[in-house]
Design a protein around this ligand. Sequence first.
Ligand code: ADP
Ligand code: ZN
Ligand code: ZN
Length: 732
Amino acid sequence: MIDYILEIALATPLRQSFDYLPPAGLDCSRLAPGTRLSVPFGRRTATGLLLAVKAHSRLDPQSLKPALAVLDSAPALDSAIMTLCRWSANYYLHPLGETLFYALPPSLRKGKQALEKSERGWRLNHKGNGLSPDAFRRAPRQQEVLDHLLGHGAIRQGELDNRQLSRDALRALIKKDVLEEFESRVAPECASTTIEDGPPLNPEQQAAVLAVREGLDAFHPYLLEGVTGSGKTEVYLNAIATVLQRGRQALVLVPEIGLTPQTIARFRQRFPDQVVAMHSGLGEAERLQAWRSARQGRARVVIGTRSAIFAQFRSLGLIVVDEEHDTSYKQHEGFRFSARDVAVKRAQLEGIPIVLGSATPGAESLHNALQGRYTSVLLNQRAGNARPPAYQLLDLRGQVMNEGFSPQLLETMEAVIAGGNQVLVFLNRRGFAPALICHGCGWVANCTHCDARMVVHRGSRLLKCHHCEAQNALPTSCPQCGSPQLMGVGLGTERSENFLKTRFKSTTVLRIDRDTTRRKGAMDGFIERIHSGEPAILVGTQMLAKGHHFPRVTLVAVLDADAGLCSGDFRGPERTAQMLMQVAGRAGRADRAGLVMIQTHQPDHPLLQLLIQDRYRQLSEQVLAERQLLQLPPFGFLGVIRSEAPGPNQAQSVLQALRQAIDPGSRGPVIIGPLDPPMARRAGRYRSQLLLKHPRRKPLHQVLEQAVNWLQHNVKTRSLRWSVDVDPQDFV
Ligand code: ADP
Ligand code: ZN
Ligand code: ZN
């Protein structure tokens, strides 16, 4: 007789759960949801997560297979994360199984052991105890390990990274036969509870910290709005300290590009031995380690990128989302969630405060603050003795330009360099030139797989597509007419770098973009050189604009503000303003006043006018007013259904059929399309999209759900892929 059935989620795109019998001979009646089991699935063995133990199956119990084994002694996902995943799967209309597996560290998805029982550790052996305390002073990394051993008696494997000790140095000591290995039980408590002092807070910061302290015992969202350098991070650190003193943990989310070693170091310095980082750059073992220590409570502060929002904690007490407006919080593929929005939901579910911080809050969050749903906290002053930058618009109309630089800009740059300071030149396009054209016949180098131009990379002598993997050798003559007169059109960072190197011969020019920082450690090398303080010109993309402090930069030059002003997307003005503010924030952060020069053909553009008066808030209120008129977010809700297929028309006709099949009713969402996205063909696939819009979320959600069901039952060809995007951030 069969007493109960296990309902199990698998990491498949199928929007359903699977029923199994308990593994032979095992009593699973009390097994908690979130426990992993291995199960037979088709011809293979898969890892599954228990959703529920139930009395009945809708299927014939005789047809059910038994699960093979229980993999966890305690659930791999606790009930808080299970609830958060269920909410997210439902909200983003993403399969629950895939959502739950996304919340697990990669090695656990594959069925590996979740909980460490013991761990390798090392202590000094007899010979080691006889060493003099500075025995390895000629090998500083080894000496660091020795210092640790002398101070703490032992070192565990998992501690090496947190304490920034070198594995190589440890190996060298093992080789020298001064260590012995032992099995170390992992202490569940935190390695340390020390909190170092920061600078005394200014009155605004104090008020901000007090406001957050008042709301520690319940769901309480705050929008912390303060210009770059106003000391937001100090506010986070102080609020976190309070939470830690109450024995609870904190989660800090940062944008992808903002999780620099400098950021982590700043948190580690304040909370020694209590901080772990979580991001996709870590190896599987390190990710598992970080995940475990947060869950066991050993890590009191987790600082991570968007996936860290699904981390587990023993006792989470506060969430911070830094640069909350940043687009990297939204995942653009697969599980298209917004970590910022899931974070707010998580804080609500767990009854804890959340601080959303930004110099340039997104329209959605600002709206919530204006409506009183979020508590608004402002930092108007710059912290310490930094002064706000001065702005200057450079009118390019009729100017004689030199590779994108106006005479006035070049002159100012010269003066800044002569004064021993640094210049940051911002241009958000990498490569040498965004297009290659033939002077003889007008031929243009297009990508054969995308509706896009090939970008000229002169240093590597390549044409590259920035939307797919395609790249070719840079041609020396036109493939159409044979003319050797091929010209790069437009400006990229590589071109600016080349020009600046010839124009400022004796000055260091550093180009910082994705091409020059691909190699591991390259970015750190640049940062080090910049911080050495030598006069230099930094040319770069948004990589340079975010998350860094460059105390010697006193001039920030925006080469081309017009590109952003002409964007077609309704979020264009907001994004442009955020980007420009962010770049401007790099200027004059220490005690040197900064100057921001913006080159434009539209000096009277209202957006620029507000920006140069440091009136971002007013600008975003205008953005909000416009959105309200058009019932765009946050005054209306959007969903996009995308499809793509190898052949033309296929992607479009499925959406056409879908549109006819769903019935939004007279009060349902407006449906627009199918339309071609701006790039109708990408990486060899044709794309189409359907846009749905409604002033309320619920009716939109209902129709999107209908659409998903229809697509699931009607799309049988594997080559046709579709996806649904709730709260889309862009329409590419
Ligand atoms: P934000 O996160 O808003 O950009 P930070 O917290 O990083 O600002 O502060 C900017 C700089 O000012 C940092 O170097 C920080 O150490 C310093 N700082 C912040 N608050 C104070 C303060 N109250 N007194 C002195 N220096 C401060
Ligand atoms: Zn030609
Ligand atoms: Zn391409």
